[in-house]
Design a protein around this ligand. Structure first.
Ligand SMILES: Cc1cc2nc3c(=O)[nH]c(=O)nc-3n(C[C@H](O)[C@H](O)[C@H](O)COP(=O)(O)OP(=O)(O)OC[C@H]3O[C@@H](n4cnc5c(N)ncnc54)[C@H](O)[C@@H]3O)c2cc1C
Length: 384
């Protein structure tokens, strides 16, 4: 029995860990296109850019870990084609036969036709961007999403002049809505970023342009193999694709979430937990994956964590417990009928467990009004 994982990122590494953790002692092959062993990406736009961590320090495991567990890791190897009839992955370094195959090929930055623009996805991108920031260029960032804003913060702290252009009316509008987006706009302006909203990147002067306008799932392998693809690779609740011998996890998986419906999540926690769940499914445990999405971001002195999934029509249905302007608060998104859909804290690290307890629960809608932060605990009690 050989279990093959294509994609040497966090989802792939987590799957390997779980296969061995569950006691599976058959052959495991991890095929990864990058020259590096799997690593964590979040520090690439934070600690690494700030010069606090070395790019090479973000590895999930070192080479010895994989060797001790008898995992055949093939870095610098790209999977080119899947032959589903013969159950073989064709790579640029030969064929690998599989019993079960996990696709964890992640996503890549969406491109714009901007000459000499740089992008941030890999360890090597981050290393190059850090070196560039040390030259203190006038930096133009196209896109006020998570990565654009995190790079803006790192670049300001490195002493760069930073302009961010964003076609929408607020940063992160599609995720957090207008009111919370405005808080992020204030945060960056207070730190000296020239944030230009409702505008595009034409006619802007800069020494360096970073394009950060979202990512696209890498679905070519799956599509060429005839698997169902819609935005990402379509998987059922247990992360199986339309071919039961093939699973998908992490950024590429458009998952049939039992509570939240069709969902593709591009977050660190999802890569870890779906990677593990897919490994268990490869071993026959097809328990539906039901974890609530979670992510975090750090910008200047603001640290936040977010739990939940808020449909677009409720992005502006938000309640603030605490002080939004001072960035000490807990934010709750709800459906207008008392159901809490998502929650985020701003520099309130003790709130995470309460947020996890609250998201998905229903409380008296009359309680979902702005107030002091102490009310969060009361809300949690009211759901029990
Ligand atoms: C700069 C940055 C900062 C981030 N910060 C945060 C954060 O603060 N919080 C958060 O929750 N999330 C964050 N994320 C998102 C998070 O890192 C991703 O969701 C996570 O990396 C997804 O893991 P993955 O394994 O699905 O895919 P990836 O990490 O993209 O890994 C996929 C791997 O597969 C390889 N591959 C692709 N095609 C092939 C092929 N045909 N053959 C072989 N190998 C292939 C790729 O080269 C890649 O190494 C950040 C992402 C970036 C880029």
């Amino acid at each position: 029995m050989t279990h093959v994982i294509v994609g040497g990122g966090l989802a792939g590494a987590s799957a390997v860990e779980e296969l061995r953790g569950q006691g599976y002692d058959g052959d495991v092959v991890l095929v990864g296109a990058e020259p590096h062993l799997p690593y964590h990406r979040p520090p690439l736009s934070k600690e690494v850019l700030l010069g606090k961590d070395e790019p090479d320090s973000t590895g999930v495991h070192d080479a010895g870990w994989y060797a001790e567990r008898g995992v055949d890791v093939r870095t610098g190897t790209t999977a080119r084609r899947i032959d589903r009839v013969r159950q073989v992955v064709e790579t640029d370094a030969g064929e690998v036969a599989y019993e079960r195959l996990l696709l964890a090929t992640g996503s890549e930055p969406r491109r714009l036709p901007v000459e000499d623009a740089v992008y941030l996805r890999t360890r090597d991108d981050s290393r190059a961007l850090r070196a560039a920031l040390l030259q203190q260029p006038r930096l133009l960032i196209v896109g006020a999403g998570w990565i654009g804003l995190e790079v803006a913060a790192a670049a300001r702290l490195a002493g760069c002049e930073v302009t961010v252009v964003e076609p929408q009316a607020q940063p992160l509008l599609g995720v957090v809505g207008a009111r919370v987006g405005a808080m992020f706009a204030d945060l960056h302006r207070q730190h000296g970023v020239d944030l230009r909203l409702g505008t595009s990147y034409d006619e802007q002067e800069a020494d360096l342009v970073l394009v950060a306008v979202g990512a696209e799932p890498r679905v070519d392998l799956a599509r060429d193999a005839g698997l169902d693809v819609d935005n990402g690779v379509l998987v059922d609740a247990a992360l199986r694709t339309s071919d039961p011998a093939i699973l998908a996890a992490g950024d590429i998986a458009t998952h049939d979430h039992p509570r939240l419906g069709r969902l593709r999540v591009e977050h660190w926690d999802n890569a870890i937990e779906q990677g593990k769940a897919a490994a268990r499914a490869m071993l026959g445990d097809e328990t539906p994956y039901e974890r609530t999405p979670y992510f975090f971001t750090d910008q200047y002195d603001l640290g936040t964590e977010y739990v939940g999934h808020v449909p677009r029509e409720h992005r502006d249905d938000v309640v603030v417990l605490g002080d939004l302007a001072a960035r000490r608060a807990v934010l709750l998104w709800h459906d207008g009928a008392g159901r809490v859909l998502g929650g985020m804290h701003l520099n309130e690290w003790d709130a995470t467990d309460d947020l996890r307890a609250l998201v998905g629960q229903t409380v008296d809608p009359a309680l979902l009004v702005d107030g002091p932060e102490a009310d969060l605990a009361q809300l949690v009690r009211r759901t029990r």
